[in-house]
Design a protein around this ligand. Structure first.
Ligand code: NAD
Length: 304
């Protein structure tokens, strides 16, 4: 018996990398899987039929799968992806918004097309697939559903040269918090993953730093390490866990802070003067640093 028996899952960007591993694991756990992927290059150009290959791999292993090659970056694409699940498997329970591209440049060189392409696949892509999924579960009273979104430390911490990607990935964390509120009534959980894995997206960065990415490195840090927490959240065990950010990869699984006001001063009356702020703002910044240091200590890995 699998953890996802009788469930139907849609995994976007599942032709390779993290998405492929999620699709394969979900299928092994009994889910019928829609493998979506345009099969493009890392920068979002081009198309290939890799979604078909992964769907075939799942079927060859005895699982249930259908492929879809629509782009998540268009509303019609999102509709078609969800429709593939409904037409092939008669319903849908799990949506994993994983598809992604990169166009890294500093703000000085970032063209409008680089900004638009990255925001379209990541942030708009989450909207395009989540909307038909959410409407389906509301209109059909489908219970126990799950949305699992893909953010990144690039947006949650910040990363040089990724203003477009970081903005999209931070936006996805905000999108998740809102959807978690809106879909709670339908028993659908919505969570964010902040992954770290050696894939074609990250291997070139390692190699540029002079590191060798060999089979041992892939075994220790490949995309297969991201799939378990995603499948777990999608399973019955994940019921009630919503609006969280799970940081995972390199054999680690952790949970992230959510933004909160950690220190605040309030005037009894009147408006802050700039001279008063000379005194207040450094205290706020110090409080934030102490809070961050405490989180970094608490968040260091516990080996199990
Ligand atoms: N690898 C990491 O360390 C890392 C870190 C942080 C975040 N992420 C995020 O994890 C997700 C998966 O990344 P990955 O490392 O497996 O990358 P990857 O490039 O191996 O896989 C991404 C897949 O998405 C597909 N895709 C791109 N645009 C699409 C579109 N418009 N419609 C449908 N499919 C599309 C690509 O064809 C590709 O197969 C991405 O959202 C990425 O931003 C990855």
């Amino acid at each position: 018996m699998g953890r996802l028996d009788d469930k139907v899952a849609v995994v976007t960007g599942a032709g390779r990398g993290i998405g492929r591993e999620i699709a394969l694991l979900m299928a092994r756990e009994g889910a019928s899987v829609v493998v979506n992927d345009v099969g493009g290059n890392t920068d979002g150009t081009g198309t290939t039929m890799i979604a078909d290959e992964v769907a075939e791999e799942i079927r060859a292993a005895g699982g249930q799968a259908a492929s879809n090659t629509s782009s998540v970056a268009e509303a019609a694409g999102g509709e078609a992806i969800v429709q593939t699940a409904l037409e092939t498997f008669g319903g849908v329970d799990i949506l994993v918004n994983n598809a992604g591209i990169l166009r890294d440049k500093t703000i000085f060189k970032m063209e409008e097309a680089d900004w638009d392409a990255v925001l379209a696949v990541h942030l708009k892509g989450h909207y395009c697939c989540s909307r038909p999924f959410a409407n389906y579960i509301r209109d059909n009273n489908r219970t126990g559903c799950r949305i699992i979104n893909f953010s990144s430390v690039s947006g949650l911490y910040g990363n040089f040269g990724q203003a477009n990607y970081g903005a999209a990935k931070a936006g996805i964390a905000g999108f998740t918090r809102v959807l978690a509120l809106e879909l709670a009534k339908y028993g659908c959980t919505v969570n964010t993953i902040s992954p770290g894995a050696l894939t074609r997206m990250t291997i070139p960065l390692r190699e540029n730093r002079g590191e060798t990415v060999d089979d041992d490195a892939i075994e220790a840090s490949g995309p297969q390490h991201i799939a378990p927490i995603v499948a777990w959240l999608a399973s019955e065990a994940g019921a009630g866990i919503t609006s969280e950010i799970f940081h995972t990869g390199y054999r680690g699984v952790g949970i992230m802070q959510q933004p909160r006001v950690i220190k605040q001063f309030k005037k009894k009356e009147g408006i802050w003067s700039l001279d008063e702020l000379d005194n207040i703002v450094p205290q706020l910044v110090e409080a934030r640093k102490a809070n961050m240091e405490a989180a970094d200590t608490e968040g260091s890995s516990i080996e199990v």
